[in-house]
Design a protein around this ligand. Structure first.
Ligand code: ADP
Length: 762
């Protein structure tokens, strides 16, 4: 019973009661028994939708009531705002909340006054690097979806961040929320935490596979769901459940597939809608179009009118919440989604269909099966407590054998173990430098004993391995002038064989000090500090520094774009078949402009990477040469979201390059700044002044320029008719004149004057 809980801020209990929570779910009660409200650390490994957030809330609120401060670490930016909204309701009983994502260069001192801070793991990592003082006030840290430590790209950041926060405050309460994984006990041991593990769910879940004309469930039962000749299995499954007045979630493996499936599924559910629903959906579609007039917006609105929607990471957040709310209100009958929806967003449905259990994996170069854990998380979205009698999660098979295979692979299978990915070199490079630069370690021994507090150290059997890879990374950082070592002998000279011999070198700092390595002091150089603060992979920084240093004359925009495109912080575009020749050709034309040492053509892989970077660079260059978005996405076969992603990464990397240029006293800061500004706005050099006026984007700037208006100063003095002729809309023209600082921006009675300045470029 909620009223029996003690140690919460006054008002908290009645708040939860108002939310419909009367008593604790069993795993929540277990967490309280394990000490959640007494400041004890715990790992809660329970199924999706079984109330993990409440475990976090009870821990954080009791910590605050004791005078402490809490941090809630989310895995995705999209979840940060969702959690903030949820926690902001606590303001009614005096608990303040702050959220921070993005901008990896600030310490966000305003958060010092907040009781609960919500942030992504990358943001917390950057706060540590920038030395945010308030982090040492934290008494309770929640890590949501802690099993993502297993993620190759983002896992190491979460792992190291948790280790650092614990180093800052050894008495810190760590509450780690995890899906059901194979080795939750190991994670609990690593965090010195109690384990609360449970299979309990608030609503029954039936799992099954659809094949032929029926679903076979794990309890042996069957349900007839016939498929008409022309329709797909998922169409039939959605039609069947919507006819029962329930809703469905269909998981697919890409954004494009989510959009295509929504188009079809909306047609499947449309005949089931009554007039009242149709009217409400029309309104919702209007709200969606109102958010933006992009193609995505139009497509989404078209599906919504018929009772369906798609959901993926490329949606605007307003779109996302409109769709989620309408689905929870049962107005939308079906959503086709990429797996991001399974991770955290609370949108249950009676029936979950996992249509795609394979996805394209670029490292493997083909389709690979999803992890059991991922599929279980999607399946866990089935069933709305209090609304549905049970939930159903269904996989699709095309043959009898496949049906058996899917039962073995996903339904009977246990989720995988979480394995640390910290030993991967890019991760270690970044985190070793950050650990030294932010003062967590000032000697090699100190570094190793810090590393010893990671999950990696507790999981590795090869005892010398972390030590030897750490030394390799230290060598790299020293060679590139990010770190200085003094005293002792360089650790990196130890060969792999030596490292293997250092069998028991893992227990404590003292044990780690072998004769050769004793007293090696580590210090980050100014350049190293800058790189760490910029949140760059040191290898990206080294590539940029080397590229800038090798430029004998002012680098061109193309040269700079290709340079940043080949850093590991930029995901390059792949070369399609036939494109080796095309970009090989371009390479010979542009050879003189490219910065740094090109690999020889005989180094196949490296040369191909170089050309792929050239392709990415060419995309950025075309964008900065004002090519239309439609043409660009077609020419490079990418989506509008991908284009925006590349442009944002390029802006960030060129911003970092500008800082690095200043740090190494390069002559090319101005060239870098200009290349950055061009990519930011997607314009040629001559428009840079105009786009600095608010309301003037790349298209309008070009129209104005062609009419002879070249700067903000021109906007203040030129004949208004010319501005109106160039921009058409009267209101737009007025706003822009106002933003440019024109004294009387009114367009009343002004006649448009057409000036033809010739063809536009691009
Ligand atoms: P998880 O984080 O485990 O996926 P959530 O914390 O989002 O799950 O909880 C799922 C839903 O269950 C939420 O709508 C929440 O309000 C509700 N809920 C949580 N705990 C209780 C409870 N003790 N009694 C009733 N409803 C609860």
């Amino acid at each position: 019973n909620l009223e029996e809980l003690s140690g919460l801020p006054p008002g908290a209990v009645s708040h939860f009661q108002d939310e419909g929570i009367e008593s604790l779910y069993p795993p929540q009660a277990e967490a309280v028994e394990a000490g959640a409200t007494d400041g004890d650390s715990l790992v809660a490994a329970v199924p999706t939708a079984s109330g993990k957030t409440m475990i976090a809330a009870l821990s954080m609120l009791s910590a605050i009531e004791r005078g402490g401060k809490a941090l809630y670490i989310v895995p995705l930016r999209a979840l940060a705002s969702e959690k903030k909204d949820e926690f902001e309701a606590y303001e009614e009983f005096g608990v303040s909340v702050g959220v921070t994502t993005g901008n990896y260069e600030s310490t966000d001192d305003w958060l010092a006054t907040r009781d609960i801070v919500v942030a992504t793991s990358e943001k917390v990592d950057s706060l540590v690097r920038n030395g945010a003082d308030w982090l040492s006030d934290l008494t309770c840290v929640v890590s949501d979806e802690v099993h993502l430590i297993d993620d190759r790209n983002r896992g190491p950041t979460l792992e190291v961040t948790l280790a650092k926060l614990r180093a800052l405050n050894p008495a810190l309460q760590v509450v780690a929320l995890s899906a059901t994984v194979g080795n939750a006990g190991e994670i609990a041991d690593w965090l010195d935490a109690e384990l609360v593990a449970s299979d309990w769910r608030p609503i029954d879940l039936q799992m099954g596979v659809h094949y032929g004309n029926a679903i076979s469930f794990d309890d042996g039962s069957k349900r007839e769901v016939p498929v008409d000749g022309s329709e797909s299995q998922e169409d039939a499954l959605v039609r069947d459940i919507v006819a029962e007045d329930a809703s469905a979630l269909v998981f697919v493996n890409s954004r494009r597939n989510a959009e295509a499936a929504a188009r079809r599924l909306a047609n499947v559910v449309a005949p089931e809608l009554d007039d009242e629903e149709k009217a409400a959906l029309d309104e919702l579609a209007d709200d969606i179009r109102d958010v933006s007039d992009s193609e995505t917006s139009t497509d989404l609105a078209a599906a919504v009118e018929k009772g369906g929607a798609f959901h993926h990471a490329g949606l605007a957040s307003e779109h996302r919440s409109l769709v989620e709310d309408a689905f929870r209100d049962r107005l939308l009958k079906v959503i086709s989604a990429t797996p991001t929806l399974a991770a955290g967003v609370n949108t249950p449905a009676r029936r979950v269909v996992v249509r795609d259990w394979r996805r394209f994996d670029s490292t493997a170069g083909g389709m690979t099966p999803l992890d059991v854990l991922e599929v279980h998380q999607m399946m866990g979205r089935a069933g709305r407590p209090g609304l549905d009698p049970y939930g159903e999660a269904v996989l699709l098979a095309k043959s009898h054998d496949e049906q058996d295979d899917l039962f073995d692979r996903y339904i009977w299978a246990e989720a995988e173990d979480v394995r640390s990915k910290l030993a991967a070199e890019p991760a270690l490079r970044t985190h070793v430098l950050a650990t030294i630069a932010s003062g967590f370690a000032s000697t090699r021994d100190g570094l190793l004993s810090f590393m010893n507090e990671t999950l990696y150290a507790s999981q590795t059997d090869e005892r010398g391995r972390l030590e030897s890879v750490t030394d390799t990374v230290l060598d790299y950082l020293e060679r590139n002038d990010f770190v200085e070592r003094e005293g002792g002998t360089a650790g990196g000279s130890r060969s792999g064989a030596d490292a293997d011999a250092a069998d028991d070198a893992f227990t404590s700092a003292a044990d780690l000090a072998t004769e050769a390595n004793r007293d090696v002091d580590l210090r980050a150089t100014n350049l190293g500090h800058t790189v760490s603060r910029l949140y760059l992979d040191p290898m990206s920084a080294a590539e940029i520094v080397h590229g800038l240093e090798s430029a004998g004359s002012r680098p061109t925009a193309m040269g700079l774009y290709q340079l940043i495109a080949r850093t590991p912080n930029m995901y390059e575009l792949y070369l399609r078949s036939g494109e080796d020749d095309k970009y090989g050709q371009l390479y010979y034309e542009l050879e003189d402009e490219l910065l740094g040492d090109a690999p020889s053509e005989y180094e196949d892989n490296r040369f191909e990477d170089w050309l792929a970077a050239l392709k990415t660079g060419a995309l950025l260059k075309d964008w900065a040469d004002e090519m239309d978005e439609d043409r660009l996405t077609e020419r490079y076969s990418i989506g509008p979201g991908d284009l925006r992603g590349k442009v944002e990464t390029a802006e960030w990397l060129l911003g970092a390059a500008e800082t690095l240029a200043a740090e190494i006293d390069s002559d090319w800061s101005v060239a870098v700044r200009e290349a950055r500004a061009r990519v930011e706005h997607g314009v040629r050099e001559e428009l840079l002044e105009l786009v600095s006026v608010r309301g003037v984007g790349r298209k309008r700037a070009r129209q104005l320029y062609q009419a002879g208006v070249e700067s903000a100063a021109d906007l203040r003095t030129v004949d208004k008719g010319i501005v109106l002729g160039a921009l058409r809309g009267r209101k737009t023209a007025e706003n822009i004149l106002e933003n440019a600082g024109r004294e009387d921006p009114s367009m009343d009675g002004v006649e448009a004057i057409q000036v033809d300045g010739g063809d536009a470029p691009g």
